[in-house]
Design a protein around this ligand. Sequence first.
Ligand code: GCV
Length: 681
Amino acid sequence: MSETEVHHAWLPPVAWQPIGSRRTVVIGTGALVDTVRNEVAQACARYGGKVRTARAGAGEFDLVLRTDPEAGDGGGYELSRASGTTTVRAATPAGLLYGLFHVVRLGAAAFGADFPARTESPAAQRRMLDHWDNVAVHPVMGQVERGYAGGSLFWRDGVLRDDLSRVHAYARLLAACGINAVTVNNVNVHAAEARLLTDRLADVAALATVLRPYGIRVHLSVSFAAPTLVGGLPTADPADEGVRRWWREAAGRVYAAIPDFGGFVVKADSEGQPGPFGYGRSHADGANLLAAALEPFGGVVHWRAFVYNHHQDWRDRSTDRARAAYDHFVPLDGQFHANVVLQVKYGPIDFQPREPLSPVIAAMPATSLAVELQVTQEYTGQQRHVCYLATQWSELLRFPLAGRSVAELAGGGLVAVSNVGDDPFWTGHPLAQANLYAFGRLAWDPGADPGALLDEWISLTFGPDDPDLRRTLHLMMDGSWRTYERYTAPLGVGFMVRPGDHYGPAVDGYEYSRWGTYHFADRDGVGVDRTRASGTGFTGQYPAPWSDVYESVWSCPDELLLFFHHVPYGHVLHSGSTVIQHIYDTHFAGAEQAEELVARWRSVPVGGRVTAELHARVSERLGEQVRSAREWRDQINAYFWRKSGVPDEHGRPLDATAPRAAAFPVGVEDPAFDVDGRATE
Ligand code: GCV
């Protein structure tokens, strides 16, 4: 692969061979059926098969793809194989497209032994990726906020890219894993981005044209202050009739340009973004203003619940950021229009490697909720560390809150912040592609086994025929989220990251700041008391049994102990270890496990789909992961040893005065990062 070529990700041409070398008929009409036909035709052109558009005699085809109103709807399809013919039937053209990609995933197995009809339909109707892409390069956040894979696929230096062929390739990849909605700009809406709603609408329409053939609807992040920012009005007050009219007209112009436009995403009264509080109005007033404008066209408002005081005084122990979303939004349950979707981050703080679920998810039965995940690895290694997140997401989505799983409670769909950029491997770290793939697949089927999805991704991306490679990749990735958790912040405490870029350790980095993310470590203990009995009362926001499970230090799960409790270092965990020994043990183990990744990868030879470029990229990232994991281990262990004065039971050095080992594992290039994790070139 040359620098200018783009990695095939989970759709290499050869994945199409089983279809492309056979005879297929595509029956149905509509733009997405045309996409199905074109995909099959391209595969046939490459592999010698045939595609027809009308059924000939029975038995003449190996694959029948047809829309059929009797196939049931729900956006899915029915797949079967009988008498040498594989059949996909779908009520909608979109369902047919997803059925086609299912056949691609099955590969040759789709054309083997007969199997009875099975129906697949998505759990979430809207499966959405939010891009935190800026149109104009932001002086601090760059082209893509929290992006770790180069520039934006959509925007470059203030304008829409001329060449949207990468967007076309992206649309195919997204459809192949089930994504059907994309927000094309950052939720932090700055001056240039605000104009996408008005005089730069043509840019959004151009993106919609490329994404549409793959069943992907475009959404736009808008500023709540748009009427003043780009509309020339003196106010953005939701109660003002001029403001209401302005939004109705703005929505009308959007739908005239993009008839299948999805809707708006709004970050309001959050981290400096304007919102209804500025006018003494509630978030229901704010969301309903936009919902009313979109309603005639069938659009939705994704209104984010990420609202908290980011000017907190660290001396004030009564304010708890974890409480904020619930305190702001739960009293508004039932007041939102039907086309408002409240978009709730999975945890009450901010995409940490370990957090409890947000109690908001269980507390608003009269509101449509979407759960937001973070595929971009802001707090999970920034695509320099291997961290397969589907393990975490699967746990979260299956979690029973108030008698229903989180996936069931997320009736408004699943949303995630995208991790792609214009990097040739899409995601910087080639193995981070698995997170994007698995997000789409879990949004479709939250019950899917994350290990099986990993194997599916490995087979598609690296091929099904090399068991050693498949085993190695599985071993490297399957437990990697827990490895990352081990060498970073312990027992759910979170946010021991460097302020600003959020990469690498800084145990006290946020301790005396305004952001509301503290661990309260002192000489005797660590953790945040969020109990009703003596703390912030956050545990009371959970339904039974969790309000009691989290309230008691004796029933709180180990992995969340420091999120809910301030405990002495000698507190004994359910595991039998003390808190302080757990911190030492997991940090030594985590860093060692990071080193093992290098050894495993070194056993993988260059060849086949492991190109020299891919091999080198993974090696370079692993070198940085090992360096960073050691940095985490040493800073965390030294910090807690200095605070507590408790030595390690096993006598390992906690506050080394001499280097412990060679800086980088033998055979791995020194990474191009200095000790702060900043690129040196
Ligand atoms: C887009 C975190 C990130 C911000 C992000 C914010 C959000 O605070 O650090 O970069 O802003 O979440 O989700 O809005």
